[in-house]
Design a protein around this ligand. Structure first.
Ligand SMILES: [Zn+2]
Ligand SMILES: [Zn+2]
Ligand SMILES: [Zn+2]
Length: 222
């Protein structure tokens, strides 16, 4: 791993690291995942292991001309420096398991055993409705980051999503006007069922953008 041997703190420093990382995060080829993980995936050059890399002149070679003065820098390691000001001493371990990710807080410095133990970890099973942990499946510290599942929710969510339940008012506010509009069209049974499923999806998506975030923030602080 050629990039791993560079002393990134000395050869780039926190400020240059930040500048490069921010520049690449703003690159249109970079993917900002919308799956609840907050992952930021680099879609540019990768090394043979699949880690994103950029080519830049280290501080000690800034005065030199031409491309030969540039070094391959692994973007996730640079992101760690940009956030912490420190070099990774052990493994630059991805909490999210995505090698091309260089999101803040997704890379931790830990030993090989801890890094390898994260492989195949399903992550905690979290209620898709309220984002609280239902089954504590991840024993790692800090917790692994995994995509939110759409198909799991607590029994309270079942009640809330049931239109016949008495106090069905959504926690994030009043009823959606679009939802009310779609109801008169429900005269065909199959269409009505389909639109109910779609509505539920829309409501969940809307709620996720809106108020019910505090639980997920709490767990990602670990
Ligand atoms: Zn990530
Ligand atoms: Zn885990
Ligand atoms: Zn719940």
């Amino acid at each position: 791993m050629p990039g791993a041997t560079i002393d990134l703190v000395r050869e780039f420093g926190m400020q240059r690291a930040r500048d490069i990382v921010n520049e690449k995060r703003a690159d249109p080829k970079t993917i900002h995942m919308m799956d609840g993980t907050g992952c930021v995936l680099f879609r540019g050059s990768t090394n043979t292991d699949g880690y994103g890399q950029v080519w830049r002149k280290p501080n000690s070679r800034l005065h030199e001309e031409g491309r030969s003065a540039q070094a391959a820098v692994l973007l996730h390691r640079l992101a760690y420096v940009a956030q912490t000001g420190r070099n990774v001493q052990g493994h630059a371990s991805h909490l999210c398991g995505r090698r091309s990710c260089f999101a803040d807080g997704h890379i931790v410095d830990e030993d090989a055993v801890a890094n390898n133990a994260r492989k195949n970890c399903p992550g905690d099973i979290v209620c898709a409705w309220h984002h609280h942990v239902l089954v504590d499946q991840c024993k790692h510290s800090p917790k692994c980051i995994r995509p939110e599942r759409e198909d799991v929710s607590c029994c309270l969510a079942l009640k809330e999503s049931d239109p016949n339940w008495e106090s069905q008012e959504p926690p994030s506010g009043g009823p959606d006007p679009a939802e009310a509009e779609s109801e008169p069209m429900d005269d065909v049974v199959s269409t009505a069922e389909e639109s109910t499923v779609e509505d539920t999806g829309l409501r969940e998506a809307g709620r996720r953008k809106g108020g019910s975030r505090p639980v997920i923030l709490e767990s990602s602080d670990d």
